[in-house]
Design a protein around this ligand. Structure first.
Ligand code: KIV
Length: 300
């Protein structure tokens, strides 16, 4: 049974919880305790994930799908990410708040990548940013890190490449693909990332990548061999109606529970059962008596 590593920045059983930092996440590589990560998109989801004890909270560009209802992550904008990051930041006290750089916010030039990462920090109160890709984005990562902004990498099924992949398809399934992933992961590490997300790949692939980098890997659909795990808030809580990826464990059926609760509310309203006396405000006697003397003019 893995032990809690109480000398680490996340504290341990019975110790006050500390605020997580990017170096703190990196330091968890090789500890027995895995890094627990969740997505969140606003104040309420940020508070809930933070109170649950997440080490890292990601305002993912999955926002596009699970919050805004788009069919993929490509339409989400810098303005969307800043708006949601700022809301989440008001609820996150302890976890490291990482924010996704949206599609086309870091692709055009290194300068634009640094400027947009800076906006996520200044306007969205992000503590770190995440961006997708391997060797092709290392110049961006180097420049953003040089500006003092911690960067998280993302390899494997990178949803911003959905059209190139021909769908949301698992990656790293051949020896050649594994070689490429290891090269990419090492390039990201050399460029200065503090951690790397590995999404939708065989466990064997994720294990080899994890063994070949000194920064922690955080898996989603990459087996139980990575240094941490991340899941999307709406998937964990059964709140996304369109599909649930095979790699998700649903810990609550909140979508169904919410629908049932809201249906009870609608019925109560319809049939006069809500509000009751308990939910009703009244005037004091003096004002109630004065109100009776109000003259209501006749309609013309
Ligand atoms: O956007 C997102 O939610 C993500 C996670 C799935 C890692 O990138």
């Amino acid at each position: 049974m893995p032990q809690d590593n109480t000398d680490k920045p996340y504290g341990g059983k019975g110790k006050p919880r500390k605020t997580m930092t990017a170096p703190g996440i990196t330091a968890m590589k090789g500890s027995n305790r895995k890094i627990a990560c969740l997505t969140a998109y606003d104040y309420a989801t940020g508070v809930t994930a933070d109170n649950a004890g997440a080490d890292l909270i990601l305002v993912g560009d999955s926002l596009a799908m699970v919050v805004l209802g788009h069919e993929d992550t490509l339409s989400v904008t810098m303005e969307d990410m800043i708006h949601h990051s700022l809301a989440a930041s008001r609820g996150v006290q302890h976890a490291l708040l990482v924010v996704d750089m949206p599609f086309m916010s870091y692709h055009v030039s290194v300068e634009q990548a640094v400027a947009n990462a800076g906006r996520l920090v200044q306007e969205g109160r992000a503590k770190a940013v995440k961006l997708e890709g391997g060797g092709a984005v290392v110049d961006r990562i180097r420049a953003i890190v040089a500006a003092g902004i911690p960067v998280m990498g993302h390899l494997g099924l990178t949803p911003q490449h959905v059209n190139r992949f021909g769908g949301f398809k698992a990656q790293g399934k051949s020896a050649a693909a594994v070689q490429q992933l290891i090269d990419d992961a090492m390039a990201l590490e050399e460029a200065g990332v503090f951690s790397i997300v590995l999404e939708a790949m065989p466990e064997e692939t994720a294990e080899l990548v994890t063994q070949n980098v000194t920064v922690p890997t955080v898996g989603i659909g990459a087996g139980n061999v990575t240094d941490g795990q991340i899941l999307v808030w709406h998937d964990v809580l059964g709140m996304f109606d369109r599909f649930t990826p095979k790699f998700v464990r649903t810990y609550a059926e909140m979508g169904k529970e919410a629908t049932a609760a809201l249906a009870r509310y609608c019925e109560d309203v319809r049939y006069h059962r809500f509000p009751t006396e308990k939910h009703t405000l009244h005037m004091n006697d003096e004002e109630a008596a004065a109100m009776k003397k109000i003259k209501i003019r006749k309609r013309k």
